[in-house]
Design a protein around this ligand. Structure first.
Ligand SMILES: NC(=O)c1ccc[n+]([C@@H]2O[C@H](COP(=O)([O-])OP(=O)(O)OC[C@H]3O[C@@H](n4cnc5c(N)ncnc54)[C@H](O)[C@@H]3O)[C@@H](O)[C@H]2O)c1
Length: 369
C-alpha cells in the first residue's frame, strides 16, 4: 500500500510518498523522470551501516553511478563545518545543475544535506529519504533546510523544496526506542492543532513500538500527518501565517532543550512537555476551557524524563524563550489553543501566566511515570 500527499508551493509541486518497501520503485521512477545517470548520496552514518543494501539496490539495478558522503551521527553534524564538507563532496565529485542529491537519514542529515543541495550551484534536484519517524512526519516535508550556529539552533538555512519525499517504513525496523517517542510528539502535535482522530490513531504506540502487524496503521498515520503538513506548507510556504501553528509547544521545548544542553532531554520529550505547558497557558491567557482534560495524558507513560526540576533555572528558561528566533518584538509569542484543533498565535505579556505554564512542566518532571 502506498500513500501520496501533494505539496504545491510557489517554487515547486511535489509528492510525499509513504509505504512499506517503496524505496526501490519510487527512487527509480524519480531518477527516470530526472533522466539521471549519476547521483550523490548524503547519508546518516548509522543508517548507511544498517541499510546499505536497501539504499544501493535500486541504483545498482538501474546502472546509476553513485558516490556517497557519510554524515556523523548526532545534532553536532548540523554545523558549518559539515555543510562545507558536503559541498566539497558534491563539487569535487563534479556535480552538475541537473544531478540529483539524495539525502537519507533523520532530521539532522535531512536538514544538513538539503541545505547543501539548495546552495551548491544555486540549487540541484533534491530527493529526501527520511529514515526516522520524526523526519517522515515532519522534517523531510516542507522545505526548511539548515544548520545550527553557536548562538542557537537552525539559525542558518534556506527554504528549498525537494523534488520528492520517499518515506519507506522499512527503515523504521531498526529505529531505537527513544527515537519512536521523538516522532510521536510531533504526531500528537498534529492531533492538538488539526485532527483529533490522530490521538486515537496514535494508540498503536501505547503497547510498545509499532511492530510488523501495526505497519499498515502506522503507514496510514504517517501519511495523515504528512498530508496535514503538506496542506499547511502549501498555503504558507515561508511561515508568514498558519505554518507557525506547527510550532505548537515548541517555544517551551526549545528553551528546555537549550537549558539541558541538547543532550539530557530529547526534542520529542521537550515538545511533549511544551504542549502541556501551552495548554495551561491557553487556559490562562485565552480562557480556553479544556475541563482539566488532555488527550496527551495516555501517552505520558511512554516518556522517561531524565531531568529533574532543580536542574533547571526558571530565569534562564525565560531568557531562552526571549531569544527564540520566532520572537518578533519584546513580547513573547506562542501558538495557543482556543480549543482543541483551533490554534491561534498569541502575544503574551503576562509573565505570571508563563510562569504557571512552566510549573505544569515542573510538575511532570516530579512525577514518577
Ligand atoms: N526541517 C524541518 O522542518 C524540521 C522539523 C523538525 C525537526 N527538524 C530537525 O530534525 C532534527 C531531529 O531529527 P531526528 O529526530 O530525525 O534526529 P537524527 O537525524 O539525529 O536521528 C536520530 C538518531 O536516529 C538514528 N537513525 C536514523 N534513522 C535510523 C534508522 N532507520 N535506524 C536506526 N537509527 C536511525 C540517527 O543515526 C540518529 O542517531 C533536529 O535537528 C531538528 O532541528 C527539522
Amino acid at each position: 500500500m502506498k500513500y501520496q500527499a501533494e505539496i504545491q508551493t510557489n517554487s515547486n509541486h511535489y509528492s510525499v510518498n509513504t509505504g512499506l518497501g517503496i524505496l526501490n520503485e519510487e527512487l527509480c521512477s524519480a531518477l527516470n523522470e530526472l533522466k539521471a545517470d549519476t547521483v550523490f548520496l548524503i547519508v546518516d552514518e548509522r543508517v548507511w551501516s544498517l541499510h546499505k543494501e536497501r539504499i544501493t539496490h535500486s541504483l545498482r539495478q538501474e546502472g546509476i553511478h553513485f558516490s556517497h558522503y557519510l554524515v556523523p551521527v548526532g545534532e553536532n553534524s548540523k554545523s558549518a563545518e559539515q555543510w562545507i564538507r558536503c559541498l566539497d563532496f558534491l563539487l569535487s565529485g563534479g556535480i552538475r545543475r541537473n544531478t540529483p542529491v539524495i539525502v537519507i537519514g533523520g532530521g539532522v542529515t535531512g536538514d544538513l544535506g538539503a541545505f547543501a543541495a539548495s546552495a551548491v550551484l544555486r540549487g540541484v534536484p533534491l530527493i529526501q529519504v527520511p529514515t526516522t519517524l520524526l523526519a517522515m512526519v515532519d522534517s523531510a516535508i516542507g522545505g526548511k533546510t539548515g544548520i545550527n550556529h553557536q548562538t542557537g539552533k537552525n539559525l542558518i538555512g534556506t527554504f528549498y523544496q525537494p523534488y520528492r519525499v520517499i518515506s519507506d517504513l522499512g527503515f523504521l525496523e531498526t529505529l531505537p526506542d527513544h527515537e519512536w517517542v521523538n516522532g510521536l510528539s510531533e504526531i500528537l502535535k498534529y492531533g492538538a492543532i488539526e485532527d483529533a482522530g490522530i490521538f486515537s490513531d496514535s494508540e498503536i504506540f501505547l503497547q510498545g513500538n509499532p511492530g510488523a502487524a501495526d505497519r499498515p496503521r502506522l503507514a496510514e498515520l504517517i501519511h495523515k500527518c504528512a498530508s496535514i503538513k503538506a496542506h499547511i506548507v502549501s498555503s504558507d510556504e515561508h511561515e508568514s501565517g498558519r505554518r507557525a501553528y506547527l510550532n505548537y509547544g515548541h517555544t517551551f521545548a526549545h528553551a528546555l532543550e537549550k537549558e539541558t544542553g541538547y543532550e539530557r532531554m530529547s526534542h520529542g520529550e521537550a515538545v511533549y512537555l511544551g504542549m502541556l505547558a501551552a495548554q495551561t497557558l491557553s487556559e490562562l491567557v485565552l480562557n480556553s476551557d479544556f475541563q482539566d482534560l488532555t488527550p496527551l495524558a495516555p501517552f505520558r507513560k511512554l516518556y522517561r524524563f531524565r531531568v529533574t526540576e532543580n536542574e533547571l533555572s526558571s530565569k534562564r528558561l525565560l531568557k531562552y524563550m526571549y531569544s527564540d528566533k520566532k520572537r518578533t518584538s519584546e513580547s513573547l509569542r506562542f501558538v495557543l489553543l482556543k480549543e482543541w484543533q483551533h490554534p491561534v498565535i498569541s502575544t503574551v505579556k503576562d509573565l505570571n501566566a508563563v510562569e504557571h505554564a512552566w510549573n505544569e512542566i515542573f510538575r511532570h518532571l516530579k512525577m514518577i511515570p
